[in-house]
Design a protein around this ligand. Structure first.
Ligand SMILES: [Zn+2]
Length: 325
């Protein structure tokens, strides 16, 4: 959990193993217990490690201070009425699906009566994804680009298309021992504009550790748009500008940001068509979360479950409230 430095041990679980291992909510409870307390039970009140289980209600009682805690308290499953087995299925599918999961389809498959129930569940899982990714910084060379998403109400394309949502994508880039470029950690944001101020505040937040002032970022690679020039100057970054004589070149010259933009558009135009502006960021965070873990298919489920246990949750009321900016 927060502040804990021990790296969790993630279980390898593919679809067949998942089906074999999780047949009841009790099976899920066992993994949840080990994910919350990988080194055995620890009382959230006094830290004591001896407990009795009040089995009928999935409660654990500390033998020293008598504090009672459930395996779901402090997790996204807190006070849920939906069986853990259904939660686990949704987490598995959201962790491993390449193009995003249709919530309406999952509602049918999991036999959840109320669409709003599963809609809120999915948002809680996305919040856990976003919280997890927020723990990682950008460093070294960072490729940045922006794109647009929204209904085509105007013939104008590109930066003039003001009515569209702006996606700002930043990806750390590193070189392996053979000098081959590899994408590192990525972040993606919905922003009101692509001004130097907006981009600067994103990079400040993502590129400077909380307890330091020196940025971890030392260079940026962009298409040379004026906001990037201003940001590079302000922060003292080396600025690699690629010249895009044809927009199609961006796939080659800014490859990593464009891969993520393509993933986002596939999701926004596929299973999640017509996402309201208020929730775009949360869907984009989901795309980004999976991009960042694309090499860990077998650990994807347990990594996401771990994030769901550690996150502070978002309530149904938060999600339904009108947009505030
Ligand atoms: Zn205790």
């Amino acid at each position: 959990m927060k502040g804990q430095q021990v790296r969790p041990e993630y279980k390898d679980i593919n679809l067949l193993m998942f089906q074999e291992e999780f047949k009841t909510s009790d099976d899920c409870g066992r993994l949840l217990f080990h994910t919350r307390w990988p080194h055995g039970f620890k009382c959230p009140n006094c830290g004591h490690d001896k407990y009795t289980q009040i089995s009928t209600r999935n409660l654990y009682k500390c033998l020293k201070c008598k504090y009672q805690t459930s395996i779901t308290s402090g997790t996204i499953f807190h006070k849920t009425k939906t069986p853990l087995l259904k939660w686990f299925w949704l987490i598995f599918r959201m962790a491993t699906s390449k193009t995003g999961v249709s919530i309406a389809e999952m509602q049918r498959e999991l036999e959840i009566n109320d669409y709003k129930t599963i809609w809120v569940m999915a948002h809680k899982i996305r919040k856990a994804m976003a919280d997890r990714d927020a723990m990682y910084k950008l460093a070294g060379l960072v490729e940045i680009d922006e794109s647009f998403y929204g209904p085509s109400t105007s013939k104008k394309r590109g930066r003039g298309a003001e009515e569209k949502a702006k996606l700002i994508i930043a990806v750390s880039v590193w070189k392996d021992k053979d000098g081959k470029e590899k994408p590192g950690f990525a972040h993606a944001f919905i922003a009101n504009d692509a001004s130097a101020e907006t981009i600067g505040s994103i990079l400040q937040r993502l590129g400077v550790p909380d307890d330091e002032i020196t940025p971890l970022i030392n260079a940026i690679r962009t298409d040379g748009w004026q906001s990037y020039k201003a940001v590079a100057k302000e922060f003292g970054f080396v600025h690699h500008r690629v010249v895009l004589s044809d927009p199609k070149d961006s796939m080659k010259l800014l490859p990593w940001t464009h891969q993520l933009i393509a993933n986002a558009k596939a999701v926004f135009q596929g299973p999640h068509r017509g996402i309201p502006a208020k929730h775009l960021q949360s869907y984009l965070s989901e795309v980004c979360y999976r991009f960042n873990r694309r090499f860990w298919y077998r650990q994807a489920f347990h990594r996401l479950l771990t994030a769901c246990v550690a996150t502070t949750t978002v309530t149904r009321n938060d999600l339904m409230a009108p947009i505030s900016r």
